[in-house]
Design a protein around this ligand. Structure first.
Ligand code: FES
Length: 107
C-alpha cells in the first residue's frame, strides 16, 4: 500500500485565479491550476511531446498545450482531443493556511 507524501510547493498567493504555474514537487515538474476557486495539479510535461503545460493556455477546466494545442481536463487529466492519445497524471492538492501542498504517492 502506498502513502501520500504532501509536498509544500507554493504560497496560495503565488497561484493566480484562473491561471496555471509550474512548481517543483520534490523534484517532479508539476503544473498547478486555480480554477473557480479550486486548486488542481497535473504533471507539467505534456503526454504527447516536450512541452510544459504551464506555458499553455487555461480556459475553464481545460489546459491547452502550447505546442500542438492538445487539451487536457485539469480535474481528471483526461485527454480531450487529438493529437493526445494519453491522459496526463493528476495529483491531489490541499491548502494548509497560506501554503499549497501537492500529494505524491510513496510507492
Ligand atoms: S506536445 Fe502537447 S500536444 Fe503535442
Amino acid at each position: 500500500m502506498s502513502n501520500i507524501i504532501w509536498i509544500d510547493v507554493a504560497a496560495h498567493d503565488d497561484v493566480p485565479e484562473d491561471d496555471v504555474i509550474g512548481v517543483d514537487a520534490g523534484g517532479r515538474d508539476v503544473a498547478l491550476y486555480s480554477v473557480q476557486g479550486e486548486l488542481y495539479a497535473t504533471d507539467n510535461l505534456c503526454t504527447h511531446g516536450h512541452a510544459r503545460l504551464c506555458d499553455g493556455f487555461l480556459e475553464d477546466f481545460e489546459i491547452e498545450c502550447p505546442l500542438h494545442q492538445g487539451r487536457f481536463d485539469v480535474r481528471n487529466g483526461k485527454a480531450m482531443c487529438a493529437p493526445l492519445a494519453e491522459d496526463v497524471r493528476t495529483y491531489p492538492v490541499k491548502r494548509e493556511g497560506d501554503r499549497v501542498l501537492v500529494g505524491l504517492a510513496d510507492a
